[in-house]
Design a protein around this ligand. Structure first.
Ligand code: ADP
Ligand code: MG
Length: 142
């Protein structure tokens, strides 16, 4: 992937399209680490990823109490949301390594993971006001 890629999107659809385009070129076993505040568009991006992997984007929701969801696709997608991870839960206990076998793993609130994290793509989404988002894609050791 090389240097970080910076994209400005002006709608949820554009963020979806970016997630789709990224997912289409990911190998199973890749982690996608999403950073950004509530309402930034992380879940919208993951919905696009589902489309790119041949899964049903309509099934992708913001998990409320469910921490991990699996979607079947050409390449399976595992969707993790660490927002409600309570501080007592060790991230090691989540079994993230095992999830990666054969799947692409998208993790919202990746800020809560210990650093550094392994082979992954970092996606940072910043709300610039209105429907404008600044999205920085960065491959870590890929
Ligand atoms: P998060 O998962 O980061 O909390 P969501 O994807 O659930 O965020 O929600 C993003 C919200 O922002 C949605 O209501 C979406 O319609 C809105 N939105 C407006 N502009 C954009 C954009 N450019 N990209 C993504 N979402 C956008
Ligand atoms: Mg979300």
């Amino acid at each position: 992937m090389g240097r970080p890629e910076i994209v400005i999107t002006q709608s949820e659809d554009e963020t979806f399209a970016l997630g789709k385009r990224l997912a289409e070129r990911l190998q199973p076993g890749t982690f996608v680490l999403l950073h950004g505040d509530l309402g930034a568009g992380k879940t919208a991006f993951v919905r696009g990823m589902a489309a790119g992997l041949g899964a049903d984007p309509g099934e992708v929701s913001s998990p409320t109490f469910v921490l991990v969801q699996h979607y079947k696709g050409r390449v399976p997608l595992t969707h993790v949301d660490l927002y409600r991870l309570d501080s007592g839960t060790a991230v090691d206990d989540l079994g993230l390594e095992e999830m990666a076998s054969g799947a692409v793993v998208a993790i919202e609130w990746a800020e809560r993971l210990p650093q550094p994290f392994e082979e992954s793509v970092t996606v940072k989404i910043e709300d610039l006001g209105g429907d404008t988002r600044r999205i920085v894609l960065d491959a870590n050791s890929l």
